[in-house]
Design a protein around this ligand. Structure first.
Ligand code: HEC
Ligand code: HEC
Length: 308
């Protein structure tokens, strides 16, 4: 029957899963394909995934319409039969094996609940001091000198957040650093530059680095991460009031919202907006479980504790 064949049209789901796994592996560097595909491929699969998600929604609507039409045509309540497992016999029809499978159903339900609880346990056991980061990335390079010289007034931004040419210019202009003189001697500048260039956006395989770089016109040498097109895109929906909150106090305080800013990862799982305000369309559901006590932007140094 044409309509019931719709019920089994699961191919888009498989395609979507493939898109999701490839996207995850390439863009987020997680899952079975982590790091095998490049970020460019990841971007492509991400778009594919989105397109298929919309087509899935269309299929869901079609499926529901199919159930309604079939229920009408057959004059029976199909949704009810799906829940109870029983359908009235029609003339000439033999009863199917009617042994109850309640035991099996119960077993499966319990197994699913247990698996779910195990999978999500981190969310239930996290605290404000030890937030749960479901996808903690691989450790990126850190440098004590960089931490010391660049972490005194603000977060020591990971060099992967800007291209090498930006760090070069920033460090060359260190005596006029956004109105501050960093008073660094030539040797310190040289060492900082060496570190920054070795781990700049071009040289680091994180999603943030790739996307910041990829969206940047070749002729632009931004002096701020917050002026890069990707950054502006990602934060455009956040209301002005959020930036002005004392717990945030400006766009450059990445660590007010990104618990893993210091590590340079910027994972989806480590974001939250202090004060319980959400940024419109952004789903921050897991973070509402964390109390709004922000680790404090001026409390420089380390994130108190990050659990995997
Ligand atoms: C004496 C304090 C001080 C030190 C030390 C310092 N900075 Fe800054 N930095 C500032 C100020 C002030 C701003 C501008 C903040 C604002 O937006 O009002 C800034 C902004 C920045 C920004 C732009 C942030 C954005 O908006 O995206 C970068 C990048 C940056 N600093 C890098 C560095 C690096 C690299 C070092 C170490 C070599 C360093 N800073 C050391 C004071 C400092
Ligand atoms: C007021 C809180 C807040 C501050 C401060 C903030 N961000 Fe974000 N950031 C967010 C939110 C919320 C998102 C998620 C946006 C989305 O998914 O649409 C985000 C997304 C991102 C992403 C994309 C992550 C991904 O995988 O999608 C990057 C990279 C990022 N921020 C970097 C930074 C950097 C670098 C700074 C500091 C210069 C910063 N952010 C400051 C709230 C903040």
């Amino acid at each position: 029957m044409a309509i019931s064949s719709l019920y089994y049209s699961t191919n888009p789901i498989h395609a979507r899963r493939l898109g999701a796994i490839s996207g995850l592996g390439a863009e987020e560097r997680h899952g079975p394909l982590a790091g095998i595909l490049g970020f460019g491929a990841g971007h492509l699969f991400h778009s594919l995934h989105q397109g298929l998600a919309w087509s899935m929604l269309a299929l869901v609507l079609l499926h529901l319409a199919g159930v309604l039409v079939e229920s009408r045509l057959q004059r029976e309540n199909l949704p009810l039969a799906m829940i109870t497992g029983f359908k009235p016999l029609r003339e000439g029809e033999a009863a199917a094996d009617s042994r109850s499978r309640a035991g099996l159903a119960l077993l499966m339900a319990v197994a699913m609940l247990l698996f779910g609880a195990w999978w999500l346990q981190g969310y239930f056991t996290q605290t404000a001091e030890r937030p749960y980061l479901p996808f903690a990335g691989r450790a990126l390079a850190q440098d004590p000198l960089w931490q010391e010289e660049c972490g005194a007034c603000h977060l020591a931004y990971h060099p992967s957040l800007l291209p090498g040419r930006s760090w070069q210019r920033l460090l060359e202009n260190q005596a006029a650093h956004f109105g501050e003189d960093l008073v660094l001697d030539a040797d310190t500048v040289r060492r900082l530059k060496g570190y920054a260039l070795r781990h700049a956006a071009e040289r680091t395989a994180t999603e943030a680095a790739w996307k910041i770089l990829h969206r940047l016109p070749a002729e632009s040498t931004p002096q701020r991460i917050t002026e890069t097109p990707y950054w502006k895109d990602k934060h455009g929906a956040i209301a002005d009031a959020v930036w002005r909150q004392p717990q945030v106090n400006g766009r450059y305080n990445c660590d007010a919202c990104h618990l893993d800013a210091e590590q340079g990862w910027f994972e989806d799982g480590a974001m939250r907006i202090p004060g319980g305000k959400t940024a419109g369309a952004i789903s921050l559901a897991p973070y509402r479980l964390i109390s709004s006590a922000a680790p404090g932007i001026h409390q420089q140094g380390s994130i108190p504790g990050v659990t995997r």
